[in-house]
Design a protein around this ligand. Structure first.
Ligand SMILES: N[C@@H](CCC[C@H](NC(=O)CCC(=O)O)C(=O)O)C(=O)O
Ligand SMILES: [Zn+2]
Ligand SMILES: [Zn+2]
Length: 386
């Protein structure tokens, strides 16, 4: 691998690292980072009930300021490979675009930052005026249990401290330079289990049907908007994701009904406040002989925002200089591993254009790879120029 972001992206796309498989992607990064002078650690974390996950942490320099780049080499499955114009793991270039799973989300972003760092080091005697690090996980598209969150704890326990972090997720909706993510809404996933008593549909007095209670709970939770949004965040929303009864019979009232939902919430709410509200609604809907209990999924997170300041201004300026666009500072969309990093240092997200992420024919214009590398290079140069 070289400092060419296109060759780096191709090499990474050719690694079939469908989450949680490493697929050779971390090996490929290590093979470039070590000769460039980075100290590289490969760390595997495990936890019962979740897949083992390989992660990579690399650092060059021992001094402050410390600029960390964070990302993931795991990718979502390609789906039906035959539906793709080009093999999702071949890294083909056609019509000026590089095709493949992970091209924008986010092997391309990693390749651009790596190429930019190598160029910066080559122009500065092989060492930064501070430290540059890579925190690369294989668990962003998976449960997010054995990835970034644990690597951060591991690095912190060694006494290392970051000053700023850039996450290379595809932050731009339409064109490179559109948007920097300076925060994210929180995420809360819940499971409501309603237990009644099974019985014959013709003798409902002998049974206790959990389904109307579950429907009542879900209706109460969705009857009004959670808020109208505010200057920093879009409105919160609650999406019902599943209603499960598993009853194939037409003449049986079932014992149990389960509902699942996810709330994406802004800073008008807290995790604890939402949990108390949901538990209150569930308790109020219970009826004689019917109970409703709520359990919480893993990985729930608060909303956060990185207040604009000199770092965000410097990044915005670099983007505007290369692309001619003044990036919007936004907290829109889903969540990311920045939700873990924000506990350690100010974090922003800037990467490629996300239009084709997770889709068939995921692809990135070669011109975008060159432009993003130029942006990252300018950011790194300015960061270490003080
Ligand atoms: N699998 C993890 C994390 C899920 C993160 C996911 N993020 C995106 O889809 C990014 C989209 C965007 O940039 O707007 C999400 O929001 O669900 C887990 O579930 O813990
Ligand atoms: Zn991603
Ligand atoms: Zn993704």
């Amino acid at each position: 691998m070289s400092a060419d972001p296109v060759a780096l992206t191709r090499a990474l796309v050719r690694c079939p690292s469908v989450t949680p498989a490493e697929g050779g992607a971390l090996d490929a990064l290590e093979a470039v980072l070590r000769p460039a002078g980075f100290a590289v650690d490969r760390i595997t974390f495990s936890e019962p009930g979740t897949p083992d996950v390989e992660n990579l942490y690399a650092r060059i320099g021992t001094e402050a300021p410390y600029l960390l780049f964070a990302g993931h080499t795991d990718v979502v499955p390609p789906g039906d490979a035959a539906a793709w114009r080009h093999d999702p793991f071949a890294g083909e270039i056609a019509g000026g675009e590089l095709y493949g799973r992970g091209a924008v989300d986010m092997k391309g972003g990693i390749a651009c930052f790596l190429a930019a760092v190598l160029d910066h080091l080559a122009a500065n005697g092989g060492k930064p005026q501070g430290s540059v690090g890579f925190l690369i996980t294989g668990d962003e598209e998976g449960p997010s249990v054995n990835g970034t969150v644990k690597v951060l704890e591991w690095v912190h326990a060694r006494g290392e401290r970051f000053d700023h972090c850039i996450v290379g997720e595809p932050s731009n909706p339409q064109a490179l330079g559109d948007m920097i993510k300076i925060g994210r809404r929180g995420s809360l996933s819940a499971i409501v289990t309603v237990e009644g008593r099974q019985g014959h549909v013709a003798y409902p007095d002998r049974a206790a049907n959990p389904i109307p209670v579950l429907l009542d709970i879900l209706a109460r939770l969705t009857e009004r908007p959670l808020d109208a949004g505010n200057a920093h965040f879009q409105p919160s929303n609650l999406a019902i994701t599943s209603v499960d009864v598993g009853n194939a019979a037409t003449n049986v009232i079932p014992q149990t009904a389960t509902g699942r939902f996810n709330i994406r919430f802004n800073d008008e709410h807290t995790l604890d406040g939402l949990k108390a509200w949901i538990e209150g609604v569930a308790a109020a809907a219970a009826r004689p002989g019917i109970t409703a209990t709520v359990t919480w999924a893993r990985g729930n997170s608060q909303s956060f925002i990185t207040k604009p300041g000199p770092f965000v201004a410097m990044v915005s300026e670099a983007i505007a200089e290369i692309t001619g666009r003044q990036p919007e500072l936004s907290t829109s969309g889903g969540t990311s591993d920045a939700r873990f990093i924000k506990d350690y240092c100010p974090v922003i997200e800037f990467g490629l254009v996300g239009q084709t992420m997770h889709a068939v024919d995921e692809r990135v214009p070669v011109a975008d790879l060159m432009a993003l590398t130029a942006i990252y290079r300018r950011i790194i140069d300015r960061y270490f120029a003080g």
